[in-house]
Design a binder for this molecule. Structure first.
Ligand code: CDP
Ligand code: MG
Length: 153
């Protein structure tokens, strides 16, 4: 089982799309094991987007991501990191394939609604940035035997 960090970005909250997009992840069979609404500070934005801080477009990204509340969550499931990234689609909503979250709901390169960790190291780092251990509520869901075979881990 893998865990990945997702953020419903400020555009997603403002457009009242959190429920519909969360439903896609639930429909897929991913477990929500932590979730909270919060405001990202400039300091947290710089840690989260450390790889982009030097880019010319970083200041507008920071303004966007700190510009309203977000909902942070941890999703858990088999190959969850890759599965969730594929559900998001390409970074720009204009390039993302139809049927993906960004492809269906976004027409922007920046306002693309949802962040998701892009690999195991990023997932571990980002989960620690947003959640304390005691905020993670792991539990075996009773539906589990009807989502996949018992030998699929
Ligand atoms: O989110 P993803 O990993 O797909 O994209 P990224 O290349 O790691 O960029 C992180 C975020 O920065 C994107 O999701 C966009 O919101 C934003 N971005 C931007 O504002 N302008 C760009 N030219 C590229 C990305
Ligand atoms: Mg990225």
């Amino acid at each position: 089982m893998e865990r990945t960090l997702i953020l419903f970005k400020p555009d997603c909250v403002q457009r009242r799309l959190v429920g519909r997009i969360l439903a896609r992840f639930e429909d897929k069979g991913l477990n929500v094991v932590a979730m909270k609404m919060m405001r990202i500070t400039p300091a947290l934005a710089k840690q989260h987007y450390a790889e982009h801080v030097e880019k010319a477009w970083y200041p507008t990204l920071e303004g966007f991501i700190t510009g309203g509340p977000v909902v942070a969550a941890i999703l858990e499931g088999l190959e969850a990191i890759r599965v969730v990234r594929e559900m998001l689609g390409a970074t720009s909503g204009l390039k993302a394939a139809a049927g993906t979250i960004r492809g269906d709901f976004s027409s922007s390169r920046q306002m693309n609604l949802v962040h998701a960790s892009d690999g195991p190291e990023a997932a571990a780092r980002e989960i620690k940035l947003y959640f304390r251990d005691d905020e993670i509520c792991a539990s075996e869901l009773t539906l589990r035997p009807w989502l996949r075979a018992s030998d699929e881990n």
